[in-house]
Each structure stands twice: as structure tokens, then as C-alpha cells.
Design a binder for this molecule. Sequence first.
Ligand code: AMP
Length: 626
Amino acid sequence: MLEHILTNDEVFVAPDWLKAQANLQDLEAEHARSIADPDGFWGAWAMRYAWFKPWEKVMEWDYPDHRWFVGGETNITLNALDRHADGANRNKVALIWIAEDGGERKLTYYELRRLVSQLASGLRNLGVEKGDRVVIYMPLTIEGVLSMLACARLGAVHSVVYAGMGVGALRDRIIDAGAKIVIAGDIGMRRGKGVDLRSIVDQAIEDLPLRHVVWFQRNVKAELGPRDIDFDELMAQSKPDVDPVPVDAEHPLYILYTSGSTGKPKGVVHVHGGYMIGTGYHLRHFYDVKDSDVFWATSDIGWVVGHSYIVYAPLVEGVTSVFREGAPDWPHPGVFWECVEKYGVNVMFTAPTAVRMFMKYGAGHVEKYDLSTLRLIAVAGEPLNPEAMRWAHKHLLGDGKRGFVADNWWQTELGGPAIATPIVKSAKPGAAGLPLPGVEAEVVDTDGNAVPKGKGGLLALKRPFPHMMRTIWGAHSRYEQYWSEIPGCYAAGDVASWDEEGYISVLGRSDDVLNVAGHRIGTADIESAMITHPAVAESAVIGVPDPIKGEAIKAFVVLRIAVEPSEEIRQSIIEHVRRELGPIATPSQVAFTEKLPKTRSGKIVRRLLKAQELGKDPGDLSTLED
Ligand code: AMP
């Protein structure tokens, strides 16, 4: 795979008509301007948005802390809702929600503002104030998006937990965020069936001192406890009378938890001001969205892509954002393309794992539909393998005549794309692309020195940009770690290489973090969940190659003395992890072993397990205990 990436000299080029109309015409010039004069560059873009109070200074950079639009006051919903609802976009469709069974709901900017204001009013009556944290555990629905925007409008900090995470994961996040209010759904829809979310929430919050739980009950109105509130009733009792609360540009907008190399999730914090400016900029310049476009990010509000590119950037920029609940291959494998035709989607943001899945089903499911509106498919989340890229060009974009596939690399911490292949540049299969405006990225050695072109090393960023995280919630030292591992750089935690033209290929993580179907999962998260199973003494988790998911989870387990290995124990361990962390973290294989390979200092050497699993050379074994 590595050799394949490095020696491949095939390129894909966007058709001339598409290049000619691209919003970003000259990457080099735009990039140079952003680096030479970041204040002028970002300051100019920020002028298009509405502010309660203008900023005094574009940026303050006190390594490793950075602040943007210092002294300015705004509210992201002033820009995502009011700027449009009170202007020319009043009757424009803001959101199109597609149900798994094909049902739909559309809201104009005016209608959306009204509903958000109404929910914000209801939350305010429940005591939610500026700075309070609200955890949202909702299926991918209009109500999920309303919940996010209503919090933002009040200046409250939302923390969306993907409604596929398990009991332990949800509970840890509520506690870490110090949330007193949870907004939760009772069921999610997947493959035509209701997925029970209520029992996960009930178990997660059982003994937590929450003030209220707002329940979005989709079909059955259950009997509610004393601290519970019904979402629909809350809406019915509230008037749409909440204006956006002015907040400092640096006021936290949300916390989004992601995995690191320890078992405790990291609460990445993004803010109102810089986040809106940077994600909005890239919606236009990288995702190339025009005012009349229909934009579809196939992610979920539980992930950063959903925050930035289902909700905030499209709304801030006043375009139409489509989102769809449910499985990408249900009720049939062509459903995505049916939706592209039906809604006239122009730009789609999806994941390599989805492309590989469509590839597996075959082009027949695509060819039935008219995809002539679709001109750009942006993919992110994990490396896009060359085969999938070729297939997408050929079958989704008419041999590359109708459009372009653009890889883009970013992370929860970065809020928006950082390394990518804009339309005007050639795409190299296996490479994510070039640093986007505002981004100074290099491939470096452990001292922070750039490695020669053609070589590999660690992926590092040399400076912050406005939409990059400000801190890790309640643990600023964990934020500082990102900027201290490699001298003078932000360490992305990825291994990468670059070629003579500066194209960067991201090869994988440098830490013990897996990427399963584009989702980042720490081996430590899974191992700490495993250890709470009564039969498990110790465990080590590795990623093994998977044709669709990229990586699948394999766990090695040492059982407690007197516990005999059995199929029953194996299933019970798998079920336990699933319950604690959710289906995405479920190991696909569990192997019992007597011992785990360790260093003399007692650290588990996962790389040895992995080498053994893949039949590769394990490398230097001199530090091993046994
Ligand atoms: P997350 O924070 O969950 O979005 O995960 C970010 C991680 O996913 C990165 O650190 C990379 O390891 C991986 N990743 C994201 N986008 C890409 C891409 N376009 N190519 C290769 N790896 C990617």
C-alpha cells in the first residue's frame, strides 16, 4: 500500500469548464497571501459576517494559545439564521432532511430561525444560560440540528454525542462536560428499524445529578419522570422570542469529544467567531459551493464534519444543506444516487468507506440515476485508496467529465479542511493534496525539521488558523501537548510523506488510535472498556485491514485466572464493549492469549501484535520483556 502510494504517478484533472468556474482560482497566490498577511486575509473574509461589536485585532498568538477577532462580539446563529431570515434568503430552503424511508422535511431560513428561537426560549425557561453545557444525544433529525442551534443562540455550549455511542461513552462525556441538561432522542432509524436510544440514555444518566432531560419522542410518548420534559411540549409552550445572545468571538460554541491515546476522551473546544469565519471560507473556496447549490454532507451531527458541514458553514453561508438519517445502502444500494437526482445535489461530502461500499455493490446501482447536477465529491476521514478514487471518477462523475473528486484531510481539532486538492489542482491518487490557505503544513522529523521531499515523517502544522480548536475542555495541558511533542509545531498525530511538488500523503496514525470507517477510536478506549468485563484480566487492541471499513478492530484478551476461554465468554466481551462504547467500537475479532508482549517498563507493544497478525517483520525487539 505504502509503495503503491509513493510510486503512483497517475493524476486526475478536473474538466476545464469546472476549473473555469471554481471559486478558488489560484491556490498558490491565495495561500501566499494568507501566510504573508494572516490578519489582512482573515480580517477581510470576516467582514462579510454580522458582528454585534467589531474586533480590535484579528489575531493574538501566544504559543501555543491563539485568539482570533479579539474584542469582537457576535453569535454564530446571528450569521447562520438572522442574517438570512431578515434578508434576501428569507424564503430560501436552509435544510432538507431526508428520512430513511424517503420521507422529507424542508425548512426555509425564516422557518428555521423561528423554530430555533422557540426551542431556545424553552431551554431558557429550563434555566439554560450562556456558558452552560448541554449534551445532545439525538438521531440525525431536524430536531437534532435545532438543539445545537438553540444552544448556540443562548451562548450555551453544546456537546453532541453521536447517537451510536454506548452507555459508558455517553456517561463519561456528560460528566466531563459538567452538563446539567441533556437533550435526547428515544429512537434512531437504521435499516427500517427503530434503534433504542432511550435505554442507553437511561442507563448512562441513572445516578447523575441532571436538572432536566428533554426527550424527543418520535412515536410513543412514554411516561416521563419528574426531571423529564417532552421536546414537543417544550416547543408548544414556548414563543419564538429569543434573539441571538451576543458573545465574545472566543466564546465556546461546542465541545466535541474525540479519542486520544489515553482512555479518557478529549473534549475539543471550538468557538463562535473564528470557527464561523474559517469553516465558511472553506465551504466557498475548497468545497466550491455557490449560492444556488444544494450541498450534501453525508456525515452525522455526532461528528465534526456534521458540525461544520451539515450545520454551521452551510447555514452561515446561506446555502441549502441536505442531510439524511439512516444507512447508506438501505432501502437499496442506490439510495444515495436516487437522492442526488431527486434533490439536484451539486456538491457532496462523503467518506472513503462509503465510496468503497458503493464500489462493492457495483456501478449498476449508480447508472440508473441522473447525476448530472453533481460536480464535486469531497472525501475525508481516512486515506482514499487509488482504486476507490478511480471508481468514483469513472462511475459517479462520468469518467471525470462531469466533475471532480477532491480528497481533504482534517481532524476534529481543526474544525475544517487543512490539506486538500482544490478543483484547480491535479489530484494524485493516494495523496490528500496541498496545504489550503491559512495552513502551513510540513512533514517533519521529531525535532520539527522538514524532511526532504520524497520522504516520510510526522505531519505537523506550523501555525494556527481561526477555526482550529482553542483548548481541551477542562484539560488545557492536554491541548498544550499537541504543541509540545514536536518543537514549534502542532503535532497532528499522523504519519505522512510529501512529494517533489509538496503533495502530502497521509499514511495513518502515529499513535495508538484506529480509524474504523473514518471514525477515530483509541485503542485505549476499547481496552479500558474491556477491562471492566469481569472475565478480562488484560487486553490489547490493534487495527487489522478491512476492505470496506479501512480498519477493523481485533482484540487480544488475557482472561482472569480460573476463567476458561469459550465462545460464550467471547460473545459476552464483544457485547460488553458494544454496550459501553457503541457499535462502531465493537471488536470484529477477539483472540484469547496467555500473555501480551510488553516492554520492560510494562507497556503493551501493539506493533508486535500487529506485525504478527499481518505476517510482517516486527522490527527491533530489544526493549521487550519477553
Ligand atoms: P477525526 O478527528 O475523527 O476526524 O479523525 C482525524 C484523523 O482521520 C486524522 O488524524 C487522520 O488520521 C484521518 N484522516 C482524516 N482525513 C483524512 C484524509 N483525507 N486522508 C487520510 N487520513 C485522513
